[in-house]
Design a protein around this ligand. Structure first.
Ligand SMILES: Nc1ncnc2c1ncn2[C@@H]1O[C@H](COP(=O)(O)OP(=O)(O)O)[C@@H](O)[C@H]1O
Ligand SMILES: [Mg+2]
Length: 269
């Protein structure tokens, strides 16, 4: 179980040490084991900051971050992180990239590593690409390598920060469906950050809508759509209703944020 308890995060404002950026305020969040939670909110609302707290890249200004009751103080092999740009070494082959972490002795054991790498490459759709260099791959394939690099350690938790955000629409859907397929086979605890409503709905057990900065939780929406999920569902009345609800949440939040900034909307007096 992952917990964020009464979290506040302020950063010194870049270029002006006297000013502060209040990134997160009074944030509470619980993610159960093997739950797939999507964190949804506009750019700049603090999604990455929240994920980085759990990853151990950032410390809270106040509040507690725990995984299974233990305070998070540093990154660890129990929490695999996937970013928008896959972290891969350009000079290593696909196979060497995937084997790199375990070879360093981090996370998973090394027995049968070669076989495990090849099996994983097949599962993420990279069978036959083991000897290729990253520069020979498309963006979607590079993200497959990035995923495999994390999955080879078999971490109980996956932290994904807009991992498909730079991909074209069709590739993004393919990658979402791949992630669902992998998760159905081996359910990990997932925190998935996105600003895309459909992505959140297709993937998540729950969607957590954040407020504008300073980020906090605006609402939590249970996604009771049946699994396995696919894009065939997007015309189901249940899906359409959830989509409408999330759209409305985001619209109202944007309006609230504008009003706080003194922007007025047409038709309001
Ligand atoms: N290391 C940092 N130093 C200063 N400000 C930061 C830092 N990291 C994030 N911020 C600021 O905190 C706010 C939230 O950022 P972030 O968590 O990246 O938002 P999101 O991922 O939702 O787009 C933004 O205003 C951002 O500029
Ligand atoms: Mg971000």
């Amino acid at each position: 179980m992952i917990r964020l308890d009464d979290i506040d995060v302020t950063f010194p404002k870049p270029g002006d040490a006297n000013e502060q950026v209040h990134a997160l305020a009074d944030l509470d969040l619980e993610i159960a084991d093997r739950e797939f939670v999507c964190l949804l909110g506009p750019s700049g609302c603090g999604k990455s900051t929240a994920l980085n707290l759990i990853a151990g890249f950032t410390s809270p200004t106040s509040g507690a971050v725990t995984v299974d009751g233990a305070a998070v103080t540093a990154p660890g092999p129990d929490r695999g992180v996937v970013f928008q740009e896959a972290t891969i070494f350009p000079w290593l082959s696909v196979r060497e990239n995937v084997a790199f972490g375990p070879k360093l002795g981090r996370g998973a054991d090394r027995s049968g590593l070669h076989e495990r790498v090849d099996e994983l490459l097949e599962r993420v759709g990279l069978a036959g690409f083991g000897d290729h260099l990253p520069s020979e791959l498309s963006g979607g394939m590079r993200q497959r390598v990035g995923l495999a690099r994390v999955l080879i350690n078999d971490p109980p938790t996956l932290l994904m920060d807009e991992p498909f955000g730079a991909l074209d629409a069709q590739t993004r859907i393919t990658m979402q469906e791949l992630l669902l397929e992998l998760w159905e086979r081996n359910r990990k605890t997932v925190l998935f950050v996105t600003h895309d409503i459909d992505e959140a709905l297709i993937l998540g057990d729950r969607v957590i809508v954040m407020t504008a900065r300073p980020g906090s939780i605006r609402s939590i929406i249970d996604v009771d759509l049946p699994r396995p999920r696919s894009y065939d569902m997007i015309t189901d009345p249940e899906y359409v209703a959830l989509r409408q609800r999330l759209f409305e949440e985001l619209r109202q939040e944007a309006q609230r944020a504008d009003e706080l900034m003194g922007v007025t909307h047409g038709g309001e007096r």
